[in-house]
Design a protein around this ligand. Structure first.
Ligand code: COA
Length: 316
């Protein structure tokens, strides 16, 4: 992983501002979720626009020209269009004319699913330089009459560049990914209709209590899978970079893992839940401010609509 980039919409919306739209309060949102503010996109800030900005920064950080990119995998639940894929709009915008691009739909787990696909393609020798992007504009699919969901989500994008390298076993790179989904739990968190069912609302629906109940258990099992597969223990982990949905879920997984809060990256207070963008945004933050250092072992985990969930272990 040689470069990380990000984009956040200019407009920041505080909990107090949300309380002007729906019957809620800063206290309620803070206490239940840890969220203090979120970014909401302006009309021109689409998933493609934000994804392209994040991709440009990731390439610049890696010092790699866009023409060297072989593939663009863009995880999103809020694409600009049903087709073409948002990834090809990013391709055109950044000038990655030699690449191929496609979108990946795994809701909040999309970034980890994207990493896994990119890693497999690199190991197979099919590609050398892959952009994995999470880009989301959930403000477009929120039901602003449902206070139980509209306060939880925000917009943003982040991207990483993965490059093929011959490295020693202990060298940098993606060490493992573990992916899961269970379609029997689809009713727990979904978007009602959209392109294939235009008569429906197209808005996000969630049974928050049930999602919460499943989250800590499933995330802890995905994290343990990563530890077991790599023959390591929690003590070997330098940083947990969890999906940023809810501080209570993050704390719960951190506790189950036995990791002190100082080794868990939290950005949910500033970004709220940006779905597929949340993990790379948190990674960006902690790499940029010098917390995550080269050589350190970083564990990622996510859960989202599907349900989908999974983990990834990487050495920076
Ligand atoms: N402001 C004020 N009150 C609110 C509110 C809001 N924004 N949203 C809901 N409430 C009220 C409810 O109406 C309910 O009131 P009632 O008791 O009078 O009926 C009360 O708060 C409790 O609601 P409930 O939904 O049971 O709250 P909760 O303790 O389960 O917390 C969540 C709600 C959404 C914060 C919590 O369930 C959660 O975090 N779930 C996980 C969601 C998530 O992370 N999803 C994304 C995964 S990718």
């Amino acid at each position: 992983m040689t470069g990380v980039g990000h984009y956040l919409p200019e407009k920041i919306v505080s909990n107090a501002e949300m309380a002007e739209r729906v019957e809620t309060s800063d206290d309620w949102i803070t206490e239940r979720t840890g969220i203090k503010q979120r970014h909401f996109a302006a009309p021109h800030e689409t998933a493609a626009f934000m994804g392209a900005a994040a991709a440009r920064e990731a390439l610049a950080k890696a010092g790699v020209d866009a023409l060297a990119v072989d593939a663009i995998i863009l995880a999103t639940s809020t694409p600009d269009q049903a087709f073409p894929a948002t990834a090809v709009h990013v391709q055109a915008a950044i000038g990655a004319h030699k690449a191929f691009g496609f979108d990946l739909a795994a809701a909040c787990s999309g970034f980890i699913f994207g990493l896994s696909v990119a890693d497999a393609m690199i190991r197979a020798g099919q590609v050398s330089n892959v952009l994995v992007i999470g880009s989301e504009v959930y403000s477009r699919i929120l039901n602003f009459e449902d206070r139980g969901t509209c306060v939880l989500f925000g917009d943003g994008a982040a991207a990483v560049l993965l490059q093929a390298r011959d490295v020693a076993h202990s060298g940098p790179g993606l060490l493992s990914t573990h992916l899961h989904s269970d379609g029997r739990l689809a009713e727990m968190l979904y978007v009602d209709g959209a392109v294939g069912q235009p008569e429906k609302s197209g808005k996000l629906v969630m049974n928050g209590r049930e999602v919460f109940r499943h989250a800590v258990t499933l995330l802890a099992s995905a994290v343990n899978e990563a530890l077991a597969a790599n023959n390591i223990t929690n003590k070997d982990i330098d940083w947990l970079v969890p999906h940023q949905a809810n501080l209570r879920i993050i704390d719960g997984v951190g506790k189950k893992l036995g990791l002190p809060p100082e080794r868990v990256v939290v950005t949910v207070d500033k970004h709220a839940n940006t779905s597929a963008a949340s993990i790379p945004l948190a990674l960006y933050q902690a790499v940029s401010d010098g917390r995550i250092l080269p050589g350190q072992l970083v564990l990622l985990e996510a859960l989202g609509g599907g349900l989908t969930w999974g983990s990834a272990l990487l050495r920076l």
